[in-house]
Design a protein around this ligand. Structure first.
Ligand code: FRU
Length: 329
């Protein structure tokens, strides 16, 4: 695990966008350095209905306690509702918090309020899912286009290799109003659509939820006598689809690819053979909080910090998976 963390931090150093942010935060109020004075940071988390979000909050809260005892970190759950998330950010603005972290439910609906906070002079750090307004100081998240492409390569290898792959792929998307779902779809399509022997079907919005993916897959199995591989934009949905295929007695005909690779979810399912592969999507909270503190200290930060990914299969999971190279356009 230590090795994985080390690799992650090395890759992180290599992957930042070195255009420093032009955003100049107002110095945090009160006397003393940001390490000493009492600071309030608000975080609006889009939902805690999924394990990845629960882990994200847990790691962030632990990091805040361990590293920034002077910070009061207020974590709010927006319960998968855009209007509630907008109201939460507005309440942070009204309270005049020192910085805002947000992991938006979707792009369009949260764009306005990120702008409002920025125009009120509060530094906003956007985590994991982006918005359409770009004049906030810093985004932290995975490279979802790259993850989509890497998933596409894994799928093609499993179905016979580039130029020779054959079969039907069924895709279940995350919430398509969010940037990770759009990018995971686009990256995957870019690779898979080059293959003459592959038919790519599906593409319904499963809103990242296991139960929705389960029912989408039930219908897909009825409508399609042949499906060779299932690609879902996260592990809960891939596992929901696996369970639907199992109930229909067809799970052994298919390969299942998901994303997130949480130790107790995706990685466990890869070990047990329920999922064929998963790709790491690190939670961005700790890096996001460190960047908020740098901004409050008046330091320049990179505009975009990209977290690395790894691919895990049954063969490589015991040795920590395999690195997926960043970049690639
Ligand atoms: C959790 C989640 C993760 C996924 C991420 C994408 O809400 O669905 O499973 O990787 O959001 O934003």
């Amino acid at each position: 695990m230590k090795r994985v963390l080390l690799l992650l931090s090395v890759a992180l150093l290599l992957s930042s966008d070195h255009t420093a942010s032009a955003f100049a935060a107002k110095p945090a109020h009160g006397a003393g350095s940001v390490q000493e004075k009492k600071l309030v940071i608000g975080f609006s988390q889009c939902t805690v209905k999924e394990p990845w979000r629960v882990e994200f909050n847990k790691r962030l809260a632990a990091h805040a306690r361990a590293k920034y005892p002077n910070v009061q970190l207020d974590i709010l759950d927006a319960d998968d509702r855009t209007e509630l998330q907008v109201a939460q950010v507005r309440s942070f603005i009204r309270r005049g918090v020192d910085a805002i972290l947000i992991s938006p439910k979707e792009a369009a609906g949260l764009t306005g309020v990120v702008r409002e906070a920025s125009e009120a002079g509060i530094p906003v750090i956007v985590l994991d899912r982006d918005v359409n307004y770009k004049d906030y100081p810093c985004f932290v998240g995975g490279d979802n286009k790259l993850i989509g492409r890497a998933a596409g390569k894994v799928a093609i290898d499993m179905l016979g290799g580039p130029g020779k792959a054959r079969g039907v792929i069924y895709e279940i998307c995350g919430g398509l109003a969010s940037t990770p779902a759009q990018e995971r779809r686009d990256g995957f399509h870019e690779i898979v659509e080059k293959e003459q022997g592959i038919k790519l079907i599906g593409g319904l919005d499963g809103d990242w939820k296991k139960d929705k993916a389960h029912s989408i897959m039930q219908d897909a199995l009825k409508a399609n006598p042949e499906i060779d591989l299932l690609y879902a934009h996260n592990d809960p949905m891939a596992h929901g689809a696996y369970q639907a295929a199992k109930a229909a007695g067809r799970h052994e005909e298919l390969k299942f690819i998901g994303i997130d690779a949480l130790p107790n979810e995706g990685l466990r399912w890869v070990r047990s053979g329920e999922l064929t592969a998963t790709l790491l999507y690190p939670t961005p909270g700790e890096v996001g909080l460190d960047l908020a503190m740098k901004i409050l200290a008046g330091e320049k930060v990179d505009r975009r910090v990209t977290l690395p990914t790894r691919v895990f299969t049954k063969e490589n999971v015991a040795r920590g998976g395999e690195e997926v190279k960043l970049g690639g356009g």
